[in-house]
Design a protein around this ligand. Structure first.
Ligand code: TMP
Length: 208
């Protein structure tokens, strides 16, 4: 079986970390060798870019600057980590990927789709996750959870309306791509776990 690329997506406070832990357990139970990556980040340079993009600056950060920093980080990760891992037969479990740029910079910041598609094509050259689990949460609930974890970074400080636009784009894109599975993350944790497990089981059935 060729190695697969699985991604977890969602707004802040959607429960990505818990979902990733569940996926890790699932992959381990299937005796699959995998690596974990996160975006932006995952290589020394990409982690530096993560710090830059999340930090507050003494100047306003243009939406295009933010977008390019995301893709610069993604380019490093794809070239240096994701492609080599997949080529060696190791699965990749990602905490965010390209869909985040489509949703946050496209939906949230309003960057046009043509620009996003051009950058995406340049950086990814056809690489696509085999499965994306999108954890859909009401931004008011998600942000309250994120606040409970400590101080908010530059993006987390955006207005609820920014996250509503981001969520709407996530939902729209998930609707139009059968490799993106939406899980209702507004439910209690047991129900979210059950739904994620179902998505993984269904995905594995399709592989056999
Ligand atoms: P997180 O991984 O801790 O959620 O932090 C990443 C932040 O960066 C989060 O606010 C979402 C944002 N982000 C984008 O806006 N675009 C992207 O392409 C990616 C990968 C993340």
């Amino acid at each position: 079986m060729t190695a697969k690329f699985i991604v977890i997506e969602g707004l802040e406070g959607a429960g990505k970390s818990t979902a990733i832990a569940l996926c890790q357990q699932f992959l381990t139970s299937q005796q699959i060798e995998f690596i974990n990556v996160r975006e932006p980040g995952g290589t020394p340079l990409a982690e530096s870019l993560r710090d830059i993009v999340k930090a507050e600056h003494q100047e306003s950060v243009a939406s295009e600057t933010e977008l390019l920093l995301m893709y610069a980080a993604r380019s490093q990760l794809v070239h240096n980590i994701i492609r080599p891992a997949l080529a060696k037969g190791k699965w990749v479990l990602g905490d965010r990927h390209d869909l985040s740029s489509q949703a946050y910079q496209g939906g949230g910041r309003g960057i046009d789709r043509t620009t996003l598609q051009t950058l995406s094509a340049m950086v990814l050259k056809g690489l696509q996750p085999d499965l994306t689990i999108y954890l859909d949460i009401d931004p008011v609930i998600g942000l309250a959870r994120a606040k409970g974890r400590g101080t908010l970074d530059r993006i987390e400080q955006e207005a609820v309306s920014f996250f509503e636009r981001t969520r709407a784009r996530y939902l729209e894109l998930a609707e139009s791509d059968e490799r993106i599975k939406t899980v209702n993350a507004n439910q209690d944790i047991a129900a979210v776990h059950r739904d994620i497990t179902q998505v993984l089981e269904y995905f594995f059935q399709g592989l056999n």
